[in-house]
Design a protein. Structure first.
Length: 155
């Protein structure tokens, strides 16, 4: 069974750091996805400045692990909770699968951050505007509502 994780910040942060080749992420918020007790996907948010937040999205396997509830939560947090009007994604230039994932999610490639990674690898900078996000309504939002109701009942 897969479930969205809102309460395991350190574990999700370490998962994302391992997947993205970074040692850690400081001053962050996280949302994770667990399958059968193991974290299989996670997002780290950093650098919220009002209109924008940085988002690092990591998968431990196939993008088919992602649930509609998870992807809705991932974008609901910056756009509805933080009230950003854009999200910035940074993807290593040597991680083509992550670039394809961001593009599949609807991010638009905006530029290159030269030597931005901890090991001096370049980052590809992606952006998504709130009006471009398809995960805030419809079946994605409905799935998130069901997940939140399930969490509430379990508590």
């Amino acid at each position: 069974m897969r479930r969205v994780l809102f309460d395991r910040k350190d574990e999700v942060m370490r998962f994302v750091a391992r997947q993205t080749g970074e040692s850690r992420y400081d001053d962050c918020s996280t949302i994770g996805l667990e399958k059968d007790g193991e974290i299989v996907a996670g997002v780290v948010y950093q650098g919220h400045n009002g209109p924008n937040v940085l988002m690092h999205f990591a998968l431990g396997g196939s993008r088919h692990l992602i649930t509609p509830a998870f992807v809705s939560a991932v974008f609901m947090y910056p756009f509805q909770v933080l009230q950003c009007h854009r999200v910035t994604g940074l993807v290593r230039a040597d991680n083509v699968s992550a670039q394809l994932l961001d593009e599949h999610l609807g991010f638009v490639r905006e530029g290159v951050m030269r030597e931005g990674a901890g090991d001096r690898e370049d980052f590809i900078m992606y952006g998504m505007l709130e009006r471009e996000c398809r995960f805030l309504r419809g079946r994605y939002f409905e799935a998130l509502q069901r997940e939140l109701n399930r969490i509430e009942v379990a508590a």
